[in-house]
Design a protein around this ligand. Structure first.
Ligand code: CS2
Length: 441
């Protein structure tokens, strides 16, 4: 039996505490992968359970029909399994109402963005989804392409303005430095080229707050789906598996109404930067290092790599001695306690987080995860021994037999092959948008 609105639930499963059918959709989310379903959708669901109304989510996949095929036959319902040392828990999430596939039905996506009930368009499109060139500027040719977020948002904004509707909050939930400002600048550049009459209205009527989002969400496996089926008594093709920990820090700068996400534990703050920088350089920086160093040592999963006595000290030093000193902590933000908590999260044996999943898209991740830290120390005449090991491990990975999943895969493999790899990757005019120049030996 497939999960749906009439599925009887076991008593152990927590169900949405509100009338789903009575909610309007207030959010369009572009990039409805596992991360969104385990993170922002859960906060939104909790906010509605706490009494907030009309924050249903219309999910959008830009390319693939997979998530639509998983969720639409289930009335948008899916489960989130949290797995930790204290055991596991199953939660049924009702916030997602339907999933649209932009490549199949672009007008429906534009209509959803232009709907009067919509106040927020949020994004988890991964680093490469922002379509930036090596210089950080919008790649306009790509942005005009069929699976560009800018096309849909641009057309949706044009329709809103024509209908006399208010502007929107565009909420980036990706792991980019200054994600809100970056999205705002790129969106504006797109509008300047394609809808120049909208730029002034965009500036005054729309907002792009920054966010720091954090929850480790490994790709769901067939084994996970089978375990959920046993616990639920129904088949959930959209199941996601995650850790107990979850954090969301959001810049409190919205164009209009927003869900009371604070009722679900989100922090609404004036300045996200200290949290975002700590997360990118410590958590994500350590993750990418674990991926390349761990794969090089024959590990498959994060918890195995962090248990390796040859790896753990490198990761600890990376976080505590290299990344943490570069961060201007907010009052009450304890970076040493943060490093302790991250080591525990990485060690979670109940979460099977594949290193190869983290290793993908290195060209898009490494600048904000490693190079900012390296550049900070370089300016002060200091070295980062752990990050240098990580850089060497990435080059070894690019030279290895592992499949390389990266928009620059071919160029990276070629650049990494020769003795001048450091220079071709990170040097002047190199492949990686670099703030750090290696001392090429
Ligand atoms: C990971 C992130 O795949 C990756 O690159 O580093 O997805 C990480 O798990 C999340 O940012 C945690 O919040």
């Amino acid at each position: 039996m497939r999960l749906g609105r009439d599925t009887p639930l076991p008593a152990s499963v927590q169900a949405p505490g509100y009338d789903r059918a009575a909610q309007a959709a207030g959010i369009v989310h572009i990039g409805i992968g596992a991360f969104h379903r385990a993170h922002q959708a859960v906060y939104t669901d909790d906010a509605m359970t706490a009494g907030d109304r009309n924050w249903g989510i219309v999910g959008v996949s830009l390319r693939s029909g997979d998530v639509a095929a998983q969720l639409n036959p289930q009335d948008g319902l899916y489960t989130v399994s949290t797995r930790g040392v204290q055991g596991s828990q199953l939660l049924l999430v009702g916030a997602v109402q339907q999933v649209l596939v932009a490549s199949e039905n672009s007008q429906a996506v534009i209509d959803a963005i232009a709907a009067p009930t919509t106040h927020i368009v949020s994004f988890t499109v991964t680093e490469k989804g922002y379509l930036r060139g090596a210089d950080g500027a919008l790649d306009l040719a790509a942005a005009k392409g069929p699976s560009s977020l800018y096309r849909f948002v641009g057309a949706g904004l044009a329709a809103r303005r024509a209908a006399g509707l208010p502007g929107l909050t565009l909420l980036s939930c990706d792991n980019l430095a200054s994600n809100g400002a970056v999205l705002g600048r790129l969106m504006r550049d797109y509008l300047a080229a394609e809808h120049p009459d909208l730029v002034g209205w965009f500036d005054s009527a729309c907002r792009c707050p920054a966010t720091m989002i954090d929850r480790i969400v490994p790709a769901t496996t067939d084994g996970d789906r089978a375990a959920v089926e046993t616990a639920l008594g129904a088949r959930d093709e959209g199941a996601v598996v995650t850790e107990g920990f979850s954090q969301w820090v959001i810049e409190n700068d919205f164009a209009g109404p927003r869900p009371r996400w604070e009722a679900a534990g989100a922090a609404l703050v004036a300045d996200v930067a200290p949290y975002e920088t700590a997360k990118l350089r410590m958590l994500n920086g350590a993750h990418s290092a674990l991926a390349y160093i761990g794969l090089g040592r024959g590990h498959d999963y994060v918890h195995q790599a962090i248990a390796d006595p040859a790896v753990r000290p490198i990761i600890e030093r990376l976080m505590r001695d290299e990344a943490a000193p570069t961060i201007d902590a907010a009052p009450g933000q304890d970076l040493s306690a943060y490093a302790d908590a991250l080591l525990d999260r990485f060690a979670n044996p109940a979460l099977h987080h594949r290193l190869i999943q983290i290793a993908m898209d290195g060209s898009q991740k490494i600048p904000q995860r490693w190079l900012e830290t390296l550049a900070w120390h370089q300016e002060r005449g200091a070295r980062c021994p752990s990050l240098e090991v990580a850089v060497a491990a990435w080059i070894a990975f690019l030279r290895s037999d592992h499949p390389i999943d990266d928009p620059l895969a071919e160029q990276l493999r070629e650049a990494a092959a020769g003795p001048d790899a450091m220079d071709r990757l990170f040097g002047e005019g190199g492949l990686i948008a670099s703030v750090w120049r290696p001392e090429v030996k």
